[in-house]
Design a protein around this ligand. Structure first.
Ligand code: GSH
Length: 288
């Protein structure tokens, strides 16, 4: 039996199902498998507002390790190789869920600490996650993959057509690396200056388009690109530095609150304690 809860608050429709065979009715009604009949811009407005946030609740497969056989590589089924704990992979996983592609792109989780040899040998020589197997090719790099999935698979378009929004979106996607560097640099230092400026930059960016709480007004790939890192930074800074990233940043606070309601993202979240421990090991033990 399917249950759903439709809310027009901030133009997002939240939809939950407890039967994984049900597809979101919004997606069904838009018939993405047939040729799209809406002009691109209209489709973006219509669908991203209705967003496939109501993605299918999925039973997650166990991570494959050095003792696991490979999946059927290059059998024609698109595959997304991830690690459950990797924020870069999480970007692509969220994109797949938002577009309602759970039954189209198979999730293949890898245990990075005990990686299967076949992953490097047969799938992705860079030996990193994420990677996507599609049309007999394997591609990597999370920011490239979220755009690739958005453009090459069915589902709601997650990057707007509006030139001003596109330009600002590109700028924000470019800034993700600097944002990560500024915040993680402050993890090891006693002062938080760089992190504070980076979070302030995000707060200002969130005020640019005001028809919704997201970076480009409506939900987009920009939100997808930032949220895995914000999820980790918020947990770590609160626990270890007693620093609340939302304090004095009302737009950031609302953005996180709204993101936390999106089912397609919720399914990819990890226990905050896991993030804290992982960042402690990574950023706080090397100087001992
Ligand atoms: N620039 C890459 C970074 C991917 C990345 O660093 N992934 C990490 C896991 S979070 C990884 O696979 N590390 C394994 C390794 O470096 O050997 C992207 O955006 O996809």
């Amino acid at each position: 039996m399917a249950t759903f809860n439709i809310s027009y608050h901030h133009s997002i429709i939240h939809y939950n199902v407890n039967n994984s065979r049900h597809l979101c009715p919004i997606l069904q009604s838009l018939s993405f498998k047939k040729p799209l009949i809406f002009p691109r811009k209209k489709l973006h407005n219509r669908v991203v507002s209705a967003m496939a946030s109501g993605s299918v609740k999925e039973t997650l497969p166990p991570a494959l390790d050095s003792s696991s056989d490979p999946p059927a590589i290059f059998d024609g089924t698109p595959k997304l190789y991830i690690s459950y704990s990797c924020p870069y992979a999480q970007r692509v996983w969220i994109t797949r869920n938002c577009k309602g592609l759970q039954e189209t792109i198979k999730l293949v989780p890898i245990d990075l600490k005990n990686r299967p040899a076949w992953y490097k040998e047969k799938v992705y020589p860079e030996n990193k996650v994420p990677s996507l197997e599609h049309n007999n090719e394997v591609k990597g790099e999370s920011l490239d993959l979220i755009r690739y999935i958005d453009s090459n698979f069915e589902g709601p378009l997650l990057f707007p057509d509006d030139p001003a929004k596109r330009e600002f979106g590109e700028e924000l996607l470019d800034y993700t690396g600097s944002f990560y560097k500024a915040v993680t640099t402050s993890f090891k230092e006693s002062k938080m200056d760089e992190a504070v400026s980076a979070f302030d930059h995000i707060e200002t960016a969130l005020s640019k388009f005001d028809e919704g709480p997201f970076f480009l007004g409506k939900f987009s790939l920009v939100d997808v690109a930032y949220i895995p890192f914000v999820e980790r930074f918020q947990a770590f800074l609160s626990e270890v530095k007693n620093y609340d990233i939302t304090r004095g940043r009302p737009r950031g606070a609302v953005w996180i609150e709204e993101m936390n309601k999106i089912e397609a993202y919720k399914q990819t979240q990890r226990d905050p304690k896991e993030h804290v421990e992982s960042y402690r090991k990574r950023f706080l033990t090397s100087s001992l």
